[in-house]
Write a protein that binds this ligand. Structure first.
Ligand code: UDX
Length: 436
């Protein structure tokens, strides 16, 4: 099937490449000529495991192409909208500028019977408004939220755990859902749940899922705060409660909290939309979820200050990690980088290392020092702060090896990823998050 994908960022580029890999003929469209140039050469403009191979294969096969020219969408049966919906500069609501611009660009090239499939995360009510603009062309709008995780985006796109299609009522909606089933044929054939619903539900499914995940993380981080004043160990607490199948172990990792391009802005946009709908109180807890999350960054900074005897001024601090999570170069709303910036602001001599995110981090925070080699970053450091749990830091950095390089023996484990006993045994003063 011929497909177009508007937006070639973390969502759209992966979607385009993944759809080509399952046999479709796909054109990716983006307003950024640099991104398009890189993608057209089969090169990923950002780090996402598996994407580079998929792009190279897709472009070489001739089934995958990229352009800045929206007219290339003409003739595609399904047009995906995968542009960003960032937080507005002056508030909590989502900025729909890019979604509206993509629809404006697409409308002149739509034909009767086409499907427009929105994947961007939008405030509930957006799809209904967009459908009204699309209807005169004879095309049908479907809301098809995306649940991919960065770092696992290729796998999550080709083999998602569920597919959701918000469609209009009647035959038009049935036909649209059927066409979408054809698009996702390998996942549908293996029995992946395919939920057909209305626009509002499909939009809410996405924000509700992210709100739930954010709440789960902040719940365990709240337990970390209580553990800190009681001498309890939140990692053992999480292990124990997670054995209850109703709770489960995933997303119970206490640490410096969530970040990235989705969870923080999605819970804020949800709060803002609920206020607009007169139901602010229904999700008022999300403000607490946000507040707990942000407090954990400050807690990590406090632990560094404590570990260094009351002040970080003039101390060399190696910050391990800049990306908001491992297997990604994404630094949007990264708690890791925030901790580095705060320490730098307190007069510390901060050196940040990360296997993939240094270039992005340097562009945003040129005031920090960066060192790609882990061992060089920790050389002569007074303290080590682990803030992104890349294997290079969490699994592969032996305390004895670290001791041979650093000046001090203070380690702050912002992700509770290190073996505390092993570090202590090697002579280090170890601080975890919510652990004695
Ligand atoms: C999230 C959703 O998981 C995904 O379904 C949605 O499509 C987009 O938003 P992503 O932003 O890629 O995906 O990251 P995710 O893996 O959810 O992690 C978010 C943040 O939570 C990271 O900063 C991570 O470090 C943090 N986290 C995760 C914790 O602090 N503790 C945990 O136990 C799990």
């Amino acid at each position: 099937m011929r497909l177009s994908v508007f937006g070639c960022g973390y969502l759209g580029a992966v979607h385009a490449a993944a759809m080509a890999s399952i046999g479709h003929e796909v054109v990716g469209i983006d307003v950024d000529p640099r991104k398009i140039e890189s993608l057209s050469q089969g090169k990923a403009p950002f780090f996402e495991p598996g994407l580079a191979d998929l792009l190279a294969e897709g472009v070489a096969s001739g089934r995958l192409s990229f352009t800045t020219d929206a007219s290339a969408a003409q003739g595609a049966a399904v047009h995906f909208i995968g542009v960003g919906t960032p937080q507005q500069a002056d508030g909590y609501a989502a900025d729909l500028t890019y979604v509206n611009a993509a629809i404006d660009d697409l409308i002149p090239y739509l034909s009767a019977g086409d499907i427009v499939a929105g994947k961007s995360t939008v405030p509930v009510g957006t799809a209904g408004a967009l459908a009204e603009r699309i209807t005169p062309t004879g095309a049908t709008l479907v809301w098809n939220p995306e649940f991919l995780r960065e770092g696992w985006a290729v796998q999550d796109t080709i083999d998602p755990d569920r597919l959701v299609a918000g469609v209009p009522a009647g035959d038009e909606g049935i036909r649209a859902a059927d066409l979408l089933r054809e698009v996702y044929h390998p996942a549908v054939a293996k029995g992946t749940p395919f939920i057909v619903t209305d626009y509002a539900t499909s939009e809410l499914v996405k924000v509700a899922a992210n709100a739930f995940l954010a709440t789960k993380i902040s719940f365990i981080n709240a337990m970390a705060e209580i553990s800190e004043v009681t001498g309890a160990d939140v990692t053992q607490l999480a292990e124990a409660i997670g054995h209850d199948a109703r709770i489960g172990h995933r997303f119970l990792g206490a640490g410096i909290g969530f970040g990235g391009g989705c969870l923080p802005k999605d819970i804020r946009a949800f709060s803002a939309r609920a206020e607009e709908l007169g139901r602010g109180e229904s999700v008022a807890f999300l403000r607490e979820v946000d507040a707990i999350n942000l407090r954990r960054r400050e807690r990590a900074v406090q632990l560094v200050i404590e570990g260094l005897g009351g002040s970080v001024f003039g101390k060399k601090i190696a910050v391990l990690g800049a990306a908001f999570k491992p297997h990604s170069d994404d630094i949007r709303d990264s708690p890791a980088l925030d901790v580095a910036v705060r320490l730098n602001g307190l007069g510390a001599n901060v050196v940040v290392t990360d296997p993939e995110a240094i270039e992005n981090a340097r562009r945003k925070h040129p005031q920090l020092a960066y060192e790609p080699a882990r061992d060089e970053a920790i050389r002569d450091a007074d303290a080590i702060v682990l803030v992104t749990e890349w294997d290079e830091y969490r699994r592969d950095l032996a305390p004895e090896h670290a001791s041979s390089l650093t000046a001090g023996r203070v380690v702050i484990d912002g992700r509770n990823g290190l073996d505390a006993a092993a570090w202590r045994k090697a002579g280090w003063t170890y601080f975890g998050m919510g652990r004695p």
